[in-house]
Design a binder for this molecule. Structure first.
Ligand code: ATP
Length: 205
């Protein structure tokens, strides 16, 4: 499934952040969003994922296709690593979590409560969730935060394998993952500075 974003204008707190963003992500393709802090990368990813509506523009190819890993890991602290993965697999009508445990070397942690994991271990589990969804389009917001060198390599390998199976990935990241990926700099699409001042959006604080 190809993801198309056409002429999107986005707001945060009711104030335009990006205008006129268009992009396409084909099966097998990774696209990396770049831009300085506050440019609107998270807002764009949230909008494509369906967590907030755009002000205008079209998104096609996203419905029931997306697995999203945002800033929060989305874990249940009182469930074990294995139970967390089983939970998410069941949400997506699946049962096999072996590949997810393998990809992020989670077998030794499988019976630990998620709430007792370190920040990097939680992030590994949060990313492993993507593998149990069976969804083809991964939307990833700063996926490597808290990861050590080995875990970054695990993540890059998981993305590479996903692309090799016809999946795709759209991600915001400031680091070089060594992936063959296209890059979209959002700087030219930033809304005019005067339009961005003074907003707040309590629903998302
Ligand atoms: N809850 C909110 N209410 C109002 N404005 C917000 C809210 N969250 C973010 N913003 C503003 O929206 C703009 C875009 O923020 P966004 O988080 O999308 O940027 P980003 O490119 O992901 O930044 P970073 O690289 O720091 O993660 C920024 O000006 C930010 O201050």
């Amino acid at each position: 499934m190809t993801l198309h974003v056409d002429n999107l204008t986005l707001a945060r707190g009711g104030v335009p952040v990006l205008t006129g963003v268009s992009l396409t992500v084909e099966p097998g393709q990774a696209l990396i969003l770049r831009g300085p802090n506050g440019a609107g990368k998270t807002t764009l990813l949230r909008t494509i994922t369906g967590l907030q509506p755009p002000l205008s523009g079209q998104i096609t190819g996203a419905e029931d296709q997306i697995a999203y890993a945002g800033h929060a890991d989305g874990l249940k602290a009182t469930l074990s690593v294995r139970e967390n993965l089983m939970f998410w697999a069941q949400v997506f009508g699946r049962t096999d979590i072996t590949a997810a445990l393998d990809a992020y070397a989670l077998h030794p942690l499988a019976d630990r409560l998620a709430g007792t994991l370190s920040a990097g271990q939680k992030r590994r589990l949060g990313l492993a969730r993507l593998l149990v969804t069976g969804r083809p389009i991964w939307i990833l917001d700063e996926p490597t935060v808290s990861l050590d060198k080995d875990a970054v390599a695990q993540f890059a390998a998981a993305v590479r394998a996903h692309l090799g199976q016809g999946g795709s990935a759209l991600m915001a990241t400031h680091i070089d993952l060594g992936l063959e990926a296209d890059v979209l700099d959002l700087t030219p699409f930033r809304a005019h500075a005067s339009a961005r001042a003074g907003a707040s959006d309590e629903a998302f604080l």
